[in-house]
Design a binder for this molecule. Structure first.
Ligand code: GDP
Length: 445
């Protein structure tokens, strides 16, 4: 599905890799071509805009890693952008399994999207995980759909709810729930009725069933080959039903694929599975990093840059620990610290891991180490000359005024930063008196 995009991006990267040092203009031009490639692949415009803005910001803030060719860094930036667009690192989302069985999974989507097939594919997958699965079709308008699900269930080696003619969809849902409870099923997959186009009756029926069955997962099945229509469908369903995730079918087809790429960003819903063939085992757990890697086809380059970046961080940490052990702490080192904090998701990102965060947030605001403050402090340091950063003692009033102007802040803020630096330097000096053992431990040496 992503072949055309892959080809297009490869040719952008090939052209870059012939060159040595890339200028800002080269990178701008490359990103402009990446932009065109994404738009041609049918990725939604706002999603592309956001992607390019972030990529530019990252390119500007890149550390210069000598062992890495600039062209490879552009590949890595594009890769990171794709991963983010697709829902971020951290592997597959997986399904929410209720602690109180049966876990109900509700399937919604247009007729022909691959909903019934996907219900059976999921049944097979969960059955392989040793779950006891029951499939039930609520498609009262099309008896053939009920028969189809029963046949597919046999292929998947799981059970299906016996068909009783004349029952309404909510009644079937109730019958399925009580059968699943009484007979000890772990999972109940409900396949709702679809229509060929978006239709109010279809959506309100699905919403009613969601109220009755209180599903752990409500998955929208969408055909990736229908492009932006699939995105519109997902948005419309999401307004009526509390969807928890998306399944994109026909990822094995040769459509342009961009709609699938925008789906996550536009709806905010995680893509949980990809349908990759007509066969019953043709369902892959969706993994953003893997899909991005496949689109770029540059897995080795990405791995190389990741390793070099990690090496650089370790080397920097070691160099810093050595300096600190000698009681040295200049403003360049302080700026490095700020950059490091930002890289780790900034103060706010770090705090996400900590308990009692609300209280700390206030203290951090008072201590002036919010992300914005970090940016301003970094700007102050970068407005200094090299010598000033090494020897802040030379900073007389006129120099401070120049720096404040350069960073667009008040002189008082420059003073505050210098004071903070002095305190930190003093603290490090005191710690270094024990022979630097503490620092060596900190750097894992
Ligand atoms: P429903 O009307 O939404 O329930 O759609 P069906 O499950 O009946 O699927 C419609 C057609 O799409 C069937 O012929 C399926 O075999 C086919 N199909 C479903 N998922 C995929 C997929 O991921 N890849 C391919 N190639 N075909 C699929």
């Amino acid at each position: 599905m992503f072949d055309a995009l892959t080809d297009r991006l490869s040719s952008v990267f090939d052209r870059l890799s012939g060159r040595g040092v890339l200028s800002e203009k080269d990178i701008d031009e490359a990103l402009r071509e990446v932009r065109v490639a994404l738009l041609e692949a049918d990725v939604a415009l706002p999603v592309v805009r956001d992607f390019i803005a972030k990529a530019k910001e990252k390119a500007a803030g890149q550390d210069v890693i000598r062992s890495i060719r600039p062209a490879d860094q552009v590949v890595k930036i594009t890769y990171d952008g794709l991963v983010e667009m697709l829902g971020g690192e951290g592997g597959a989302e997986g399904l929410n399994i209720s602690l109180n069985p049966p876990t109900v999974i509700l399937m919604a989507g247009l007729q022909g999207s691959g909903k019934t097939t996907t219900a059976a594919k999921l049944g097979l997958k969960l059955g392989k995980d040793r779950k006891k699965v029951l499939l039930a079709s609520l498609d009262t308008r099309r008896p053939a759909a009920m028969e189809q699900l029963a046949t597919l269930a046999v292929q998947a080696g799981v059970d299906s709810l016996p068909i009783v003619a004349g029952q309404s969809a909510p009644d079937i849902a109730r019958r399925a729930m009580s059968a699943a409870k009484l007979q000890g099923y772990d999972i109940l997959i409900l396949d709702t009725a679809g229509r060929t186009t978006l239709d109010e009756a279809m959506m309100s029926e699905a919403a009613e069933i969601a109220r009755i069955a209180n599903p752990s997962e409500t998955l929208l099945v969408a055909d990736s080959l229908t492009g932006q229509d699939a995105v519109r469908t997902a948005k419309a369903f999401h307004e009526r039903l509390p969807l928890t995730g998306l399944v994109l079918t026909r990822a094995d087809g040769d459509g342009r694929g961009g709609a699938a790429l925008s789906m996550r960003a536009v709806t905010g819903l995680p893509i949980k599975f990809l349908g990759v063939s007509e066969k019953i085992d043709g369902l892959d757990v969706f993994d953003a990093a893997r899909v991005a890697g496949r689109i770029l086809g540059q897995g080795d380059v990405v791995a190389l840059v990741e390793k070099a970046t990690a090496d650089l961080d370790v080397a920097k940490a070691e160099a810093m620990a050595k300096k600190l052990a000698k009681g040295q702490f200049d403003l360049d080192m302080m700026a490095d610290q700020f950059a490091q904090m930002k890289k780790m998701g900034g103060m706010e990102g770090l705090m996400g891991f900590l308990p009692g965060v609300q209280k700390m947030k206030k203290q951090i605001a008072e201590a002036n180490i919010s992300d914005k403050a970090l940016d301003r402090q970094a700007a102050i340091i970068s407005s200094m000359t090299k010598l000033e950063r090494k020897k802040p003692d030379i900073l007389a009033a006129s120099r401070k005024r120049r720096i404040a102007k350069g960073a667009g802040v008040d002189v008082s803020e420059v003073n505050r930063l210098l004071k903070q630096h002095r305190q930190m330097a003093d603290a490090f000096k005191a710690m270094s008196k024990d022979g630097g053992k503490g620092f060596a431990r900190m750097a894992g040496m």
